[in-house]
Design a binder for this molecule. Structure first.
Ligand code: PLP
Length: 374
């Protein structure tokens, strides 16, 4: 049987140069002008500062955007969450990758060893057993993997408590063959989205100080610490200014979402999902052709980009979103733009991103990391 190109994964490049109104819905859109503004603003912040950016891939999962983040400058490499994301990044030509998580399991450690031959690879650890197993997987391969000891500064996710325990793991990593102890990772995710900026600053600085103090403890023991990596979009101008912090792992700033728009108004909303009205009562009720299979719902329903009088009244269905229409009535066939509450989980649901400038499709980008969960 003849092999057919998957119509969903296909790049739809025949739409390039044409009106965005021709894009079949629901579809994920990036406004390139807004994206460029965001990349310029963030990389500009890190110019002439000690700390540099290590943009987080998990937010958009698109290698084209990752490359643009690096090209914007003041970035030392890319952060990602998963081994399979790192593989996608390396295949796309990215040469310095941090997997900001612990890699567990023999099969995955073998993939780590293989990947470390293609790029400069760093992973997080929070136990000596991970260091030993990583070292064993690297034996005889000639590859080296950098490690950051993850310190829990309050998120209560991965990581060891600040202080002595991190030093013990740092010592183990220093003597393990094939493993290069680089420093510390700490993510202050429990306070990075606090709404009040002053309250956020106070909490972020107090949390990250625990990581800096741990760095000083390790250094005082005689082990050099080359990297302290942490932070995100909510804290880049707080964590990124701290003495002792080297890298900021911000990701959401590139595309933004409704949740971060309230916390980081300096970045432009670049991401939206265009949808079509498939049913309407002609007055106060309409239904769009997208549901939780096309827009991430973990931080709440999306908002309507250009219709402030309307709200999403029901957002539980897989393929439908109900709108309570407060403004001009919507009729069947109208197109409506939604801004997701959470860009990261939305991008993971799509396989392509239409890059649009002034209403014209400029390009179609693959979201190579979509569905990369392992
Ligand atoms: C390890 C890590 N670093 C950084 C971030 C920051 O990402 P954002 O820029 O979306 O706040 C996250 C978000 O989940 C994260 O898990």
């Amino acid at each position: 049987m003849e092999k057919q190109e998957c119509p969903v994964a296909g790049r739809m490049t025949d739409l390039v140069g044409k009106s965005a109104s021709l894009i079949p819905t629901p579809a994920l859109i990036v406004e390139t002008e807004a994206l460029e503004h965001n990349l310029r603003l963030m990389s500009g912040f890190f110019a002439r500062r000690h700390a540099k950016l290590r943009p987080h891939f998990k937010s958009h999962k698109c290698v084209t955007i990752a490359k643009r983040q690096l090209e914007s400058g003041n970035a030392v490499g890319i952060t990602c969450a998963k081994l399979s994301e790192a593989e996608v990044l390396a295949a796309g030509g990215i040469r310095d990758i941090l997997i900001a998580n612990q890699i567990v399991g023999q099969d995955k450690l073998e993939r780590v060893a293989e990947l470390a031959r293609q790029c400069r690879l760093t992973v997080a650890v929070d136990d000596e057993s991970q260091v030993r197993q990583l070292s064993a997987a690297l034996a005889g391969t000639g590859a080296t993997v950098g490690v950051l000891v993850e310190v829990d500064v309050g998120l209560a996710r991965c990581g060891v408590p600040p202080g002595e325990r991190a030093l013990q793991i740092a010592r183990a990593a220093t003597i393990a063959a094939g493993v290069d102890f680089l420093g510390i990772q700490a993510y202050e995710g429990h306070c990075i989205t606090v709404l009040d900026p002053e309250d956020r600053r106070r909490q972020v600085l107090a949390s990250m100080q625990k990581a800096v103090d741990t760095r000083r403890l390790i250094e005082a023991s005689g082990l050099p610490v080359r990297v302290l990596s942490g932070g995100g979009t909510g804290s880049y101008d707080m964590t990124g200014l701290m003495d002792g912090v080297d890298e900021v792992q911000a990701g959401s700033y590139a595309l933004m979402d409704h949740y971060y728009a309230q916390r980081r108004p300096e970045f432009a909303p670049a991401l939206s999902v265009i949808t079509t009205v498939i049913s309407s009562n002609g007055s106060d009720h309409a239904v769009l052709d997208v549901g939780v299979k096309g827009v991430g719902a973990d931080l709440g329903p999306p908002v309507l980009a250009d219709r402030p009088e309307d709200v999403i009244s029901r957002f539980e269905s897989e393929e439908h979103a109900s709108v309570r229409v407060g403004g001009r009535p919507l009729k069947v066939g109208d197109r409506v733009r939604l801004v997701p509450s959470h860009g990261c989980t939305t991008c993971n649901l799509h396989r392509r991103l239409f890059a649009v400038r002034d209403g014209i499709v400029e390009d179609v980008w693959a979201i190579e990391g979509s569905g990369c969960l392992e």
